[in-house]
Design a protein around this ligand. Structure first.
Ligand SMILES: C[S@@+](CC[C@H](N)C(=O)[O-])C[C@H]1O[C@@H](n2cnc3c(N)ncnc32)[C@H](O)[C@@H]1O
Length: 288
């Protein structure tokens, strides 16, 4: 069946290429043919390649091409209501269904939201803002006296996140003031703060190779409070070398729990099959 589907699809691709070769063609028409062929392959293979883009996404791609971070903004302006966090989050969810991107899955969002809400953390640090999807979720879950600092090393992502947060929190200037996006690499940011900035919640979602260095730096420099919570994404896939071992040896094996989730960007960084991932949560209690 799969073999037949492959043969049939290749045949179709050849026929459509020959047909188009007689007339001037635009890149998008080639893209359409390829996408249609892939879609057909998806259907004929009985879902063997379930994550490839489907034909009805073509119209979306034509209307909202995505080649740079700011391209997401038009979609948000067209489909989300200004000042409505939930509608902005929904727009980001829909956009990322067509263009897989860095963003938590709904299950991981619940886990993070729950950790923020139950700990009632006051000084929250996120490393890795991207476009602010998790920051907006944290904003929804934190208390009315909490502050969020979120650090983003890529200046284009930083600019888009700022625009999205301004749009989503248009009519809540007070909450917007309690969220600061810092355009810096995490190591430079950490070196710039003092322990009057001790955080009681840290969320790690940046370069996985920086997790160990950054959490060690935070702890060794008393930048994490005596009672604090640390959540880290992707500790199974792609994995954060040395991070779990450090947390378990420093704070006791029972104080770090792992919750398993499927890795969300299947087909983007992986090979079309479900990949196991997880988030960890560590409760820190240091007796002074
Ligand atoms: C997985 S994305 C963050 C997703 C975001 N937390 C969300 O769920 O909406 C990782 C982001 O971290 C940024 N990043 C990676 N390494 C960094 C570092 N060392 N310092 C600051 N930002 C970093 C990347 O530019 C990227 O935007």
């Amino acid at each position: 069946m799969v073999f037949l589907a492959l043969v049939f699809s290749l045949l179709l691709l050849t026929v459509t290429s020959v047909k188009h070769s007689r007339i001037p063609i635009s890149p998008i028409s080639v893209k359409k043919d390829v996408i249609n062929t892939i879609s057909l392959l998806t259907i004929l293979s009985g879902g063997l390649f379930p994550q490839v883009v489907l034909g009805n996404d073509i119209n979306f791609m034509e209307k909202y091409p995505y080649s740079k971070p700011s391209d997401i903004l038009q979609y948000i302006y067209d489909t989300a209501e200004e000042g409505n966090i939930d509608s902005v989050l929904t727009a980001m969810d829909k956009f990322s269904r067509v263009y897989p991107m860095y963003k938590l899955s709904p299950e991981k969002v619940n886990f993070l939201n729950n950790a923020i809400a139950t700990t009632k953390s006051q000084k929250i640090l996120e490393l890795g803002t991207f476009f602010g999807y998790s920051a907006l979720n944290i904003a929804k879950s934190m208390t009315k006296t909490s502050f969020l600092t979120t650090v983003e090393g890529n200046s284009l992502n930083f600019e888009v996140a700022n625009v999205i947060l301004d749009y989503a929190l248009k009519f809540d200037a007070e909450l917007r003031k309690r969220i600061k996006i810092v355009p810096m690499n995490s190591d430079k940011f950490l070196a710039s703060i003092t322990n009057t900035n001790a955080y009681d919640f840290v969320y790690l979602d940046h370069d996985k190779n920086c997790y160990l260095h950054d959490i060690e730096y935070l702890i060794n420099n008393n930048l994490v409070g005596n009672v604090a919570t640390v959540v880290a994404d992707n500790i199974i896939f792609p994995g954060a070398p040395g991070y779990l071992e450090y947390m378990e040896s420093k704070f006791g094996i029972d104080n770090t729990k792992i919750k398993y989730f499927p890795f969300e960007r299947v087909g983007f960084e992986t090979n079309f099959k479900e990949v196991k991932d997880g988030m960890s949560i560590t409760r820190i209690q240091i007796n002074a």
